[in-house]
Design a protein around this ligand. Structure first.
Ligand SMILES: CC(C)(COP(=O)(O)OP(=O)(O)OC[C@H]1O[C@@H](n2cnc3c(N)ncnc32)[C@H](O)[C@@H]1OP(=O)(O)O)[C@@H](O)C(=O)NCCC(=O)NCCS
Length: 167
């Protein structure tokens, strides 16, 4: 499979929205089946200097994955960032999520010098937890009944990766 990872562009809004409402993706992210392309247009056009957003795209422009890193705006938390990753159902379990997360961590480690990268993940999302632990994240605690999923309240793990910058 040939795909490229690059920063998100305005023209990726429809493909990004399609992922956010895609069965097999929206349940384990915080998307809804009603996510609109207009929401993604607005989201992408309002990204600021602390927001870093990438897409994985096929040669024909199809968006098969997205990844985001948001650096904390609080001046005393400039060393902290939060990440999120999602991959098109047809392309999951083929290394795309790993490649996207590595792209974010290269940015976090080598260009932003972040110390702490954090995320939340549904407690039963075993594939995602495996991916995060593979790349150095550790579970820090369980948040109980934080979100709604398919008619029930669901728990999430807080996970983080701590890296002391080299001098
Ligand atoms: C979670 C997600 C981002 C991972 O991306 P991906 O491209 O599917 O993942 P990769 O192929 O890069 O890696 C998957 C890894 O999990 C492993 N894996 C697959 N299913 C698994 C399972 N049920 N339990 C444990 N590990 C599993 C694979 O073997 C692989 O590990 P390896 O690289 O050590 O061989 C993607 O599946 C996705 O978007 N899921 C829906 C949305 C989502 O849950 N996003 C994360 C929200 S926190």
């Amino acid at each position: 499979m040939n795909y490229t990872i690059r920063p998100t562009e305005p023209g990726d809004a429809a493909g990004t929205a399609a992922l956010r409402r895609m069965p097999g993706v929206f349940e384990t992210t915080l998307g809804l089946p009603s996510c609109r392309s207009a929401d993604s247009v607005s989201f992408l056009s309002n990204l600021g200097p602390n927001d870093h957003h990438f897409v994985a795209v096929l040669e024909d422009g199809t968006v098969i994955g997205t990844a985001s890193l948001q650096v904390c705006g609080n001046p005393r938390m400039r060393h902290v960032g939060e990440v999120g990753v999602m991959v098109h159902t047809d392309y999951q379990n083929a290394g795309v999520g790993t490649a996207l997360l590595k792209t974010l961590l290269d940015l976090a480690d080598n260009w932003l010098m972040l110390v702490r990268v954090e995320l939340t993940v549904f407690a039963d999302n075993e594939r995602a937890i495996h991916l995060y632990e593979k790349l150095g994240f550790e579970k820090e605690g369980l948040k109980r009944m934080t979100t709604v999923r398919d008619g029930k309240y669901a728990d999430e793990y807080m996970m983080a990766r701590i890296r002391t910058p080299q001098i």
